[in-house]
Design a protein around this ligand. Structure first.
Ligand code: MN
Length: 340
C-alpha cells in the first residue's frame, strides 16, 4: 500500500510561558467549570510536557508516522479572559507559534489564536496571522463568553477572515451558559456529548443566520466528522423549508440563498479528530464528498498511533486516502505540497 504524507490538523500546543501567564487570570464566570477542568489538567506535568515540549511532540509524530502537525493553542484559547488580557496573550502565543513553524517548516504549521471578545483587535490579529506570521488560519473555540460568531458584533472578525483567506477551525468546548443546564449531569458537559452539542449548534447558527450569504468565501473546519451535522443534512433542508413556510417571522428566520446542506458542502470541511470510526467516515465521504474530509488526531488528548493506524487501514480508495491524509489539508490550509 502506498505511503502517503500524513498531515494532522487539530493538534494542540501551549508554551510553558503561556500556561504560566494564563494560570492566574480571572475567567468569565460562565466558563468557570470548563476552566477548572482545563487548569486541573495543567496540574499534571505529563500534560504540560506533552503540550509545551516540541521535541516530545515530534517524537510522538515520528512514532505514529505523522509528517506534519497543524498546531493550535490549547482550547479554549484566550476566549475566557478579559479583553485587556486576551489580546496580548493571543499575540504572544501567535508569535511563539510562528517561531515554531519557522524552525520546523516541514513538521509544523499553525492556526493563530484570536480574541473574538474584541472583534476589531481579532480582525487586526487575523491580518497579522495570515500575513507577517505566515500561519495557516485561525482556531476559534466555539462561543466566546456565551456569544456566537453569527452575532453582528463579530462582523469585523469574519470579514477579516474572509478577506485574508483564513479558514476558521471551529473547535468545540463546553456549552455556553445559556444551554449548559441539562449537560451538567453525568459528565455530559465534556467531550462525551456537550462539546459536540455546542459546536454543532454553533455551525447551524452560522448556516441559518445567513452569515454565509454575507461571507460566501468563508471556510469553517469542524472536528469530530462534522459534529453530527452530516447525519442531519436531509432533515436540516426539509425542516428549514417547513419551518420557514410555517412561521418564518414568528421563528425569527431569514430567507437563505441556498439550502442548509448546500452551505455545509460549500463552506465547511470536517476532520476525523477523535472519530476513528469506519462507518461514520464512509458516511461523511458520501454526504460531503472526498474533498471535504481531513485527518486529525487531537494531540495530546487522543492516541496518535491509533489515529494513524485507523487512517492507514480504513477502507478507502487511493484517491480518498491521499486527500484525507494530506491533499485536502494542503488545499484548505495553504500548506506546501511535499513533492513541490
Ligand atoms: Mn481538540
Amino acid at each position: 500500500m502506498a505511503r502517503y504524507r500524513v498531515i494532522a490538523v487539530e493538534e494542540h500546543w501551549a508554551s510553558r510561558r503561556h500556561i504560566e501567564a494564563a494560570a492566574g487570570l480571572p475567567v468569565w464566570p460562565g466558563d468557570a467549570l470548563e476552566m477548572e477542568l482545563m487548569r486541573g489538567a495543567f496540574g499534571s506535568s505529563w500534560m504540560v510536557d506533552r503540550l509545551s515540549d516540541l521535541d516530545a511532540h515530534l517524537a510522538d509524530m515520528d512514532g505514529s508516522g505523522t509528517d506534519l502537525s497543524v498546531l493550535s493553542l490549547n482550547p479554549p484559547g484566550v476566549q475566557p479572559y478579559d479583553s485587556a488580557e486576551a489580546g496580548p496573550l493571543a499575540e504572544r502565543a501567535n508569535d511563539e507559534m510562528a517561531e515554531i513553524v519557522r524552525r520546523w517548516p516541514t513538521r509544523f504549521a499553525g492556526l493563530g489564536a484570536v480574541d473574538p471578545q474584541n472583534p476589531k483587535h481579532a480582525a487586526a490579529e487575523t491580518e497579522r496571522v495570515m500575513g507577517e506570521l505566515g500561519l495557516s488560519g485561525l482556531m476559534i473555540c466555539s462561543h466566546t463568553q456565551g456569544r456566537y460568531l453569527d452575532e453582528p458584533a463579530f462582523e469585523p472578525l469574519l470579514a477579516a477572515a474572509e478577506a485574508h483567506n483564513a479558514p476558521i477551525y471551529l473547535h468545540p468546548r463546553m456549552p455556553s451558559e445559556q444551554m449548559i443546564g441539562p449537560f451538567k449531569a453525568y459528565g455530559m458537559v465534556a467531550a462525551v456529548w456537550g462539546y459536540q452539542a455546542d459546536a454543532g449548534t454553533h455551525a447551524v447558527r452560522l448556516i441559518l443566520s445567513g452569515t454565509l450569504d454575507r461571507h460566501p468565501k468563508l471556510t469553517f473546519v469542524l472536528g469530530h466528522l462534522g459534529e453530527g451535522l452530516p447525519f442531519w443534512m436531509q432533515r436540516l433542508d426539509n425542516r428549514y423549508a417547513f419551518a420557514y413556510r410555517a412561521g418564518a417571522e414568528t421563528l425569527g428566520m431569514g430567507k437563505l440563498e441556498l439550502t442548509p446542506s448546500e452551505y455545509l458542502r460549500r463552506n465547511f470541511t470536517v476532520t476525523t479528530s477523535g472519530m476513528d470510526d469506519q462507518r461514520a467516515l464512509a458516511f461523511c465521504l458520501e454526504r460531503l464528498g472526498e474533498d471535504n474530509v481531513m485527518f486529525a488526531i487531537d494531540y495530546p488528548y487522543e492516541d496518535s498511533s491509533a489515529a494513524t493506524e485507523f487512517l492507514r487501514t480504513a477502507d478507502l480508495t487511493d484517491s480518498q486516502r491521499a486527500k484525507i491524509s494530506h491533499a485536502n489539508a494542503e488545499r484548505v490550509f495553504g500548506i506546501a505540497s511535499s513533492d513541490a
